[in-house]
Design a protein. Structure first.
Length: 385
């Protein structure tokens, strides 16, 4: 019978070895799952969106830092197995989770979680395995602001386009009902309204390009002096028609700079034309120089009435006009300075304005020597200073 005990011992040894291998494999798998779980936890902790894993009874199995922040909950409130009600008293959030009936549900609610001012929060509730749900929170305040600005822009643009179009239609309807002398006057007024529409269209395209996140300037080495002189030549007649002097002072020649030529000309033209429009008498002065640590400094100064301190912070807003009646009389669209600011930022530069009410205004544009090295204070899209 010795052979029987030998076989039994061999089987026992094989079984023990098999159990050992299974234990090692199981431990390895647990270690891998633990590493994966820790990696996933680290990923979730770096998300801007809040993520909570909830049991069917409402206990919070896991909540990342963003979730606690959006709920206005203290970190220590998450110690132990808290419920969602302990983390937040926000009724819209609690109702969204309580009303979940399966599948993925998404809604936007307004909440005062954490006792803060009301803000928009996007909630997504979805199944997450057996008897568990995933709650994702996303702060959509910025998206709501962008959407509001978009609606305002469309409304303003529609209004600004409607005014000259309505006037144009009205004058055309009168053409066959008036004398030849009046007809000539209506034709001239129609021409001015058509030009206003053309300018509005050009400015709308300009602001769209300047604010397009996918658009980038195309800098190349150009003569700044030649570019500015070309712009001055294009607006000289406008200044002469108002009896204004138009002076240009260039500190040095040759004056070359790596810059987007079209953007530079647009900036200078809008600033000079704006100065001409708002200066009833006197002159407009344009100065171009290097400046310490700069690629170029361009100043446009006028002898106009200046800018009221109360509206000074708003002059770069789209469609903003300090004097709407004056702007329409001169063909202004309210987009010129907004285009200027956006293009200056895109070129890595900065813009400032000095003005005393009743004493004229001075706009100062500063551009970097190298396009890829924005000046301090420049707000370049996608680049946080």
């Amino acid at each position: 019978m010795s052979w029987f005990w030998a076989v039994l011992a061999a089987l026992a040894a094989a079984y023990a070895w098999r159990q050992h291998v299974l234990r090692v494999r199981a431990q390895d798998e647990l270690d891998r799952l633990s590493v994966r779980g820790e990696s996933m936890r680290r990923v979730l902790e770096h998300l801007d969106e809040g993520a909570l894993l909830l049991s069917q009874s409402g206990e919070v199995v896991y909540a990342n830092a963003a979730a606690l922040h959006l709920l206005g909950a203290r970190q220590e409130a998450h110690d132990g197995p808290p419920t969602l009600e302990k983390l937040t008293s926000s009724r819209p959030i609690l109702d969204a989770v309580a009303g979940h009936r399966g599948g993925t549900e998404r809604r936007v609610v307004t909440t005062q979680a954490g006792g803060r001012e009301p803000f928009a929060l996007e909630l997504t509730v979805a199944p997450a395995g057996l008897d568990r749900r995933l709650l994702v929170l996303r702060d959509v305040r910025e998206s709501a602001t962008v959407e509001r600005k978009r609606r305002d822009f469309v409304a303003n643009a529609s209004h600004e386009l409607k005014t000259p179009i309505a006037a144009l239609i009205g004058m055309l309807d009168l053409m066959d009902l008036v004398s030849d002398e009046k007809r000539a006057e209506l034709m001239e007024r129609s021409r001015r309204n058509a030009l206003s529409l053309a300018q509005m269209t050009e400015d709308l395209l300009g602001i769209a390009r300047a604010e397009d996140p996918d658009w980038r300037p195309h800098p190349r080495k150009i003569s700044v002096a030649d570019a500015v002189e070309e712009v001055i030549a294009s607006v000289e007649q406008s200044a002469e028609d108002k009896g204004l002097g138009l002076e240009l002072e260039i500190a040095e020649r040759p004056f070359e700079l790596m810059v987007d030529e079209t953007s530079l000309k647009t900036v200078v033209r809008n600033l000079v034309q704006n100065a001409i429009n708002y200066t009833p008498s006197g002159k407009v002065m344009v100065r171009v120089e290097r400046g310490d640590g700069l690629g170029a400094r361009i100043e446009v100064e006028d002898t106009g009435p200046g800018i009221d301190p109360e509206i000074l912070p708003r002059i770069f807003e789209r469609f903003f006009r300090g004097d709407p009646a004056h702007s329409r009389a001169t063909g202004g669209t309210g987009l010129g300075l907004s285009i200027v600011r956006n293009l200056v930022n895109r070129m890595g530069g900065r813009i400032a304005v000095d003005s005393r009410f009743g004493e004229g205004a001075l706009f100062r544009v500063e551009l970097p020597e190298q396009p890829m090295q924005p000046l301090p204070g420049s707000v370049v899209p996608g680049n946080r200073q």
